[in-house]
Design a binder for this molecule. Structure first.
Ligand SMILES: [Zn+2]
Length: 323
């Protein structure tokens, strides 16, 4: 994904620390729930497993093998249906890019659904690496790609153990991170393709979507991402309200963060209000985690407690929904 620096410069970085940043009445805070606790060790192992394939760059063998594994994991965890969506898409840079999107549908019979998504592909180049000699190296993508996907695989495992009251569609989307900084349309290619081929007959879309991206950085804190707040403030209120209710306010800060070009944008355009849980205001960089698009985006720099915070918040949101 890409950081839209021009917009962040114009946006207030921090709202009143105790206030609600949307300026509206705070969302009703759900009571903490008795749910199966999110297993951060399991999520971490899912991150490690992805990294072990090697960089999951589209057209690589590691990418192909990881896709098969992700598909089998969604099946193993008891998704009612797993849809493997393959295509060759326009990369908006004068070429093509292969896409393998995987959708696992849990409690498929429920008319009320939500969408969870994370990109699983990794960037082919470490173009932000401080060492110029490393900038052509593909990244491990432990945080950028594997962290959100790892959290969603652990959530899938939990959904298989305990059916939620609503339907949950988990989209592991491809071809997010081969974009060019010159062209906003060149990111999120897989999700863009998915929104053009969604499996929602009768026009009943998921009520909302939650994207998880870069949720495993050391010391990661999650600000209200700018576009999420602009396009889907009520959903941001719901997720951040849940985080506060379960004691995660130290990581889910009630303040506006940067503006990020990411998979939530095409989902919003398709009519599903969608937010991005992402580290988008790092104290050191003013934008993403320092490992972003560098060779340091590896397993050593994953913070299991950040995975836990993101995962436990989302799983509480899921089990707190009623049909
Ligand atoms: Zn990226």
């Amino acid at each position: 994904m890409k950081f839209a620096a021009l917009i962040i410069a114009a946006a207030p970085l921090f709202m009143a620390a105790c206030g609600n940043s949307s300026g509206r009445t705070p969302a009703e805070k759900p009571a903490p729930l008795e749910v199966a606790a999110f297993d951060a060790d399991s999520a971490f192992s899912y991150v490690a497993r992805q990294v072990a394939f090697g960089p999951r760059v589209p057209r690589s063998e590691a990418h192909s093998r990881c896709a098969s594994w992700l598909e089998s994991e969604l099946k193993r965890h008891g998704a009612d249906t797993v849809i493997r969506q393959e295509a060759v898409a326009d990369n908006r840079q004068g070429g093509t890019i292969p896409v393998v999107n995987l959708l696992g549908r849990f409690n498929q019979a429920s008319p009320k659904r939500i969408l969870l998504l994370a990109h699983w592909d990794t960037r082919p180049v470490a173009d932000n690496d401080p060492d110029p000699d490393k900038r052509d190296t593909p990244i491990d993508g432990a945080n950028d790609g594997a962290s959100g996907t790892g959290v969603l695989l652990e959530i899938a495992r939990q959904l298989g153990n305990k059916t939620p009251a609503i339907g949950v569609d988990i989209l592991l989307c491809d071809a997010e991170d081969s974009g060019s900084h010159d062209n906003d349309e060149s990111w999120a290619i897989g999700t863009r393709y998915w929104t053009e081929h969604m499996p929602y007959d009768g026009g009943i879309l998921p009520e909302y979507g939650i994207l998880l991206d870069m949720v495993g950085g050391r010391g990661a804190r999650f600000h209200r991402e700018y576009f999420s707040q602009r396009n889907a403030a009520a959903i941001v209120d719901k997720i951040w309200g849940t985080a506060a209710a379960i004691g995660e306010a130290d990581r889910f800060l009630n303040a506006i963060g940067g503006a990020v070009t990411d998979d939530h944008l095409p989902v919003n355009e398709a009519g599903i209000p969608c937010i991005d849980i992402i580290e988008c205001y790092n104290r050191q960089t003013g934008s993403f985690n320092p490992t972003w698009h560098t060779t340091a985006d590896n397993l050593d720099n994953i913070d299991p407690d950040a995975l836990r915070s993101a995962g436990t918040t989302v799983i509480n949101v899921i089990y707190n929904e009623r049909p």
